[in-house]
Design a protein around this ligand. Structure first.
Ligand SMILES: *[C@@H]1O[C@H](CO)[C@@H](O)[C@H](O)[C@H]1NC(C)=O
Ligand SMILES: *[C@@H]1O[C@H](CO)[C@@H](O)[C@H](O)[C@H]1NC(C)=O
Ligand SMILES: *[C@@H]1O[C@H](CO)[C@@H](O)[C@H](O)[C@H]1NC(C)=O
Ligand SMILES: *[C@@H]1O[C@H](CO)[C@@H](O)[C@H](O)[C@H]1NC(C)=O
Ligand SMILES: *[C@@H]1O[C@H](CO)[C@@H](O)[C@H](O)[C@H]1NC(C)=O
Length: 548
């Protein structure tokens, strides 16, 4: 009987998938995966396995529960097509609550369980974007001999609801990421990847996540190098033990009872995922702010496995930072463009001038009580003046937005690591304006700064929003080659400097008393003390001990 079944499985498999040339098959200890072929920027074949479920669909009773890994696939997995993104407000886009998927891209035959693996955690403020190939495509990085894995994790309330008790302890989106890392550990060798050479990279919310994985007991040993681009958990935003007020806000937005956390969670479990995903706008208070809503929580012990059992600084103080070679970065201008949204709108402009102390906590993510900080920042960045729709005010408010949302946190992360990471930490500033950007002037259609997310244009193909960058002698093409080279070297050796060519610039690690960083522009150059004169006021308002 077993033998017949076995033959049937083989037969059915051959029958269903046929012998089509563009289908490729990989057998791992967990199951069998059918993928498809793609082509890299320089024309190399990519073996792509997309939309693979790594955890049980988190739906029905499993909504708001920790992820349940899939350790064994009963049937052949059809990984030839892209899976859905997690629920978010994105009309016309493929979304589903059954979104715990990952994509694996390998150079095919080159691999033999020995290629470095790069796992990418996407950006999007913990409430948007995905790891799909239209927003994190493999065509640039797969010109290198590495295995790329991009992952989804639950977003918004579906991923980060936290009532601070047994009903919703929180951090499920991070636990999803951990389960994806388990999947990589258990399966990646069959795709040519080295499970002992995993680089965990993330942008923005993904960069925050990466830093948290270096302090979480759940993530230890699952990766060997880390990379946080424009994202850090060590900003002025405090760690709470629950996000109860967000949970209540979410409940009210969808007409759920808030009389007890049990009822609240039970009711939210019955709300269609689309309604939850689309309720994001209800969390905005001023312009598009707060741009960060859900945050990691320090979990109480309710019998669950905890992603963050203590404050990260306590974990570091206890000597439990997971030390790996690390790259930290920020872009030159980050969220400068929020200044245009505010100052070019007469309602917001009036509000920020006349109701500054009410607006500032949302805009600049200030913990309460916020008045003293808001006052100091207004003096430092805005010269205590009323803001108009003028170039100089765009620049000053843009700097405040950039530092508040990203810059200060990245500075903190780099310096905490400089003091406490036992492996080298490298710090870079992305200072390159190419043909395209995540912010362009609405009149000219041209970039005017180095916006948040802009490196992603060179590291990944982003067909959902950006033109491809053909191989040529253009500056943009050169930047694709340089950035993918840095990432490949780092993934391979833990050192971003190429060991082979004699580059004019060597990028040294940051040291507590010699805070060097690489400026990546048309030329590469090494400097010290990145934007530190601007971060002095923040350090004063939100002091921490770096030497732990
Ligand atoms: C795999 O999924 C794709 C996309 O949904 C579909 O077109 C294709 O027919 C599927 N293949 C098999 C063998 O089911
Ligand atoms: C792959 O690994 C096997 C077993 O270790 C070895 O015999 C083979 O030569 C390797 N192939 C390549 C292309 O490295
Ligand atoms: C909540 O109730 C209000 C008033 O009855 C209604 O207008 C709104 O559509 C409801 N929202 C949802 C998400 O059901
Ligand atoms: C300011 O708003 C006007 C009118 O909506 C628009 O035409 C212009 O492009 C905007 N400028 C900027 C810099 O956003
Ligand atoms: C920008 O695009 C144009 C037209 O596609 C191209 O000629 C030029 O080389 C590109 N510039 C950069 C910096 O890549």
């Amino acid at each position: 009987m077993a033998r017949i079944l076995f033959h049937c499985v083989l037969f059915c498999f051959a029958f269903v998938f046929g012998q089509k040339d563009d289908n490729i098959i990989t057998q791992t200890p967990s199951g069998r995966f059918v993928g498809s072929l793609m082509t890299s920027r320089r024309g190399r074949p990519i073996h792509a396995y997309r939309g693979i479920r790594y955890a049980q669909p988190p739906v029905g009773e499993m909504r708001f529960q920790p992820p349940v890994p899939i350790k064994h696939y009963k049937h052949v997995v059809n990984a030839t097509a892209e899976g859905p993104a997690c629920p978010q407000p994105a009309p016309g886009y493929l979304l589903d609550e059954d979104c715990l998927r990952l994509n694996v891209y390998t150079p095919g035959r080159l691999g033999n369980g020995s290629l470095p693996v790069l796992v990418y955690i996407h950006a999007g403020g913990f409430y948007s974007v995905s790891g799909r190939s239209d927003v994190a495509g493999p065509q640039h990085l797969l010109d290198k001999d590495l295995v790329l894995v991009t992952i989804n994790y639950r977003l918004g309330s579906l991923g980060f609801l936290s009532t601070g008790d047994i009903h919703a302890p929180g951090n499920n989106g991070f636990k999803d990421q951990v389960v994806a890392l388990h999947w990589v550990r258990d399966n990646i060798a069959s795709f040519g990847g080295d499970a002992n050479c995993v680089t965990l990279a993330g942008y923005s919310a993904g960069g925050v996540s990466v830093a948290l994985h270096t302090v979480s007991p759940m993530s230890r040993g699952l990766f060997h190098r880390a990379l946080s681009m424009s994202g850090s958990p060590y900003s002025q935003i405090p760690f709470h033990s629950n996000l109860l007020s967000l949970a209540v806000k979410q409940a009210r937005l969808v007409n759920c009872s808030v009389s007890s956390t049990a009822e609240l969670v039970e009711c939210l479990r019955t709300v269609p995922w689309r309604v939850l995903g689309y309720s994001l706008k209800g969390f905005q208070e001023f312009s598009i702010d707060p741009i960060l809503i859900w945050t990691p929580v320090i979990e109480g012990d309710f019998g669950q496995e905890r992603f963050l059992p203590e404050h990260p600084l306590e974990i570091i103080r206890a000597g439990k930072l997971y030390s790996v070679p690390y790259i930290v970065s920020q872009t030159r201008d980050e969220f400068f463009w929020e200044a245009f949204l505010v100052l070019n709108n007469s309602i917001y402009r009036t509000l920020i001038n006349e109701d500054y102390y009410k607006v500032a906590p949302s805009a600049f993510l200030l913990p309460s009580p916020s008045d003293l900080s808001a006052k100091a920042l207004r003096r430092e960045y805005l010269g205590d003046r009323d803001l108009g729709n003028t170039d100089i005010d765009y620049v000053d408010l843009g700097k405040l937005y950039g530092d508040a949302v990203i810059g200060f946190g990245a500075h903190r992360l780099a310096n905490l690591l400089a003091h406490n990471n036992k492996e080298p930490t490298y710090y870079y500033e992305f200072d390159y304006i190419g043909n395209q950007s995540h912010y362009v002037d609405p009149t000219t259609g041209k970039p005017t700064g180095v916006a948040h997310h802009d490196e992603l244009i060179y590291l990944f193909s982003l067909p959902a929003g950006f033109e491809p960058i053909p191989v040529s002698d253009s500056r943009d093409s050169f930047m694709v080659d340089k950035l993918t080279d840095i990432f490949y070297n780092f993934a391979r050796t833990g050192n971003p400097n190429s060991l082979l060519d004699d580059k004019p610039v060597t990028w040294p690690p940051i040291h507590p008393s010699n805070r060097k960083y690489l400026r990546i522009g048309d030329h590469f150059s090494v400097h010290t003390n990145l934007f530190e004169h601007r971060f002095r006021v923040w350090e004063h308002l939100y002091p921490i001990e770096y030497i732990i």
